[in-house]
Design a protein around this ligand. Sequence first.
Ligand code: NIG
Ligand code: FE
Length: 418
Amino acid sequence: MKILIRNIGLLVNTETVPVAFRAGREMSTLHNIENAWLLTDEDRIAGFGPMSTIETILPGLDEEDNFIEIDATGRLVFPSFCDSHTHLVYAGSREIEYVDKIKGLSYEEIFERGGGILNSARLLHEASEEELVEQALDRLNEMLMYGTGAVEIKSGYGLSTEDELKMLRVIKKLKDISPLSIKATFLGAHAVPDEYKGRRQEYVNMIINEMIPMVAAEELADYIDVFCDKGFFTPEDTDRILMAGMKYGLRPKIHANELDYSGGIQVGVKYNALSVDHLEFTGDEEIAALKDTETMPTILPGAAFFLNMVHAPARKMIEAGLPVAFASDFNPGSSPSGNMQLIVSMACIQYRLLPEEAINATTLNTAYAMGLSDELGSVAVGKRANLFITIPVPNIEFIPYAFGSNKIERVILNGELY
Ligand code: NIG
Ligand code: FE
C-alpha cells in the first residue's frame, strides 16, 4: 500500500543525510519543509519534498490501485515519537502509594515499607502472561494514539528467574502483535526482592549465574539494565552484572543518578552503555565522563515531576556539547503516563529546551537510545513509515505550548493508517 500526504503545512524533522543523533548546538537544528508532500510505500518512507515538486511522482501513482491520499492542509507531519525508557508491562496500579507521596513520604521510605517496586513484583507474580499482555496492549494502544511509534520495555517487576522470564516473554509477545517497534531490556537488578533481603550479593550472583544465561538462551532481551543508585545496586554490583550481560551480547542501558551521585553514569560509560537514564544528580564530573562517548544521556521528566525531584541539568548538558534524549519512563510507581507530547512540554518548560531541541530529544535521540536511529526518529527516505499527522495547528511551538491535550489526528505505523 502507498499513502500520499499532500499540502502538509509543515513536514517536521526531515533528513537527506541521516545522522545517528544530534548533540549540543545541533540539537536546535530541525530541517522542516513548508507546504510539503510525503509518500510511503509499504512500510517505508519513499519520498518527500515541497509541493512544487509533487509532479515528479504523480505519473507513477496514477496506476496504483491500492493507494490512499490524505490532505494535510494546516497540519504538521512528524516522525513518530520514540520512547526509549518504559516499564509498561506491569499488573494493577499503585495509586495508594501516590497518596503516601502526597503526604510527604519519599521514594525510599515507600520502598522500605514494602511499597514501590516490590509491590509491583507481588502483583506481577499473581498475574498470568495473558493478563499482562492484555493490560500492556491497552497502554501501547493509548501511546499509539498519542504519537509514539517505538518503545523500549524493561523487565524488573519479576525479580525471580521465573517471573523475569515471564515478563520478558510478555514483551516478546507484544513485539509480535503490536504495530509499535519494541525493544526489550532485562532489568533483573531493579530491586532486591524480599526473599533476598540483606543478601544483595547473593541476588546479584543469581542474576549473573542463572537469569542472564536463561534470558540469553531464549533470546528474550536486546539490552541489559541495572538500577544503579543509592539504596538499590552499587557501581560494583553494576560492574559485575554488565560484564556478565556483555558476554551474552547484551548492551547496557542503565538507571543512574536518580537518587544521588551514585557513580552510575561513570560505570555506564565504562561499559559503553547505549544510554544512561534519569540523571537528576549530574555534575561536572558526570558531564565530563559523558563527553565524546556513544552513551546517550536520557532524562525522564515524568518521574521527576511525579516524585517532585530536582531536575536533571539538561541545559548545562546541551551547552557542554552533549546530546540529550527525553523519554516517558512509563511505570506504575513513578511515572504512570506514556504521553510523549506531555514529555515534550515538560522538556521545554521545566528543562528549558527549545521546541526544536525537545523534538530531536524525543524522536531522533530516543531512537538512538534504543538502537533504532538508522530506522526511525526522522523523516528520511528508506526509514520506516512511522509518522503522525496533527490536528490543524499554527506551528511546531504550539505542540509543547498547548500542553495536556492530544493534538494528533492520524497515525501511520509501518505504512498503515491507524
Ligand atoms: O524508572 N527508578 C527505578 N525504576 C522506576 C520506578 C519503578 C517503580 O517505582 O515501579 C523508574 O522510575
Ligand atoms: Fe525507569
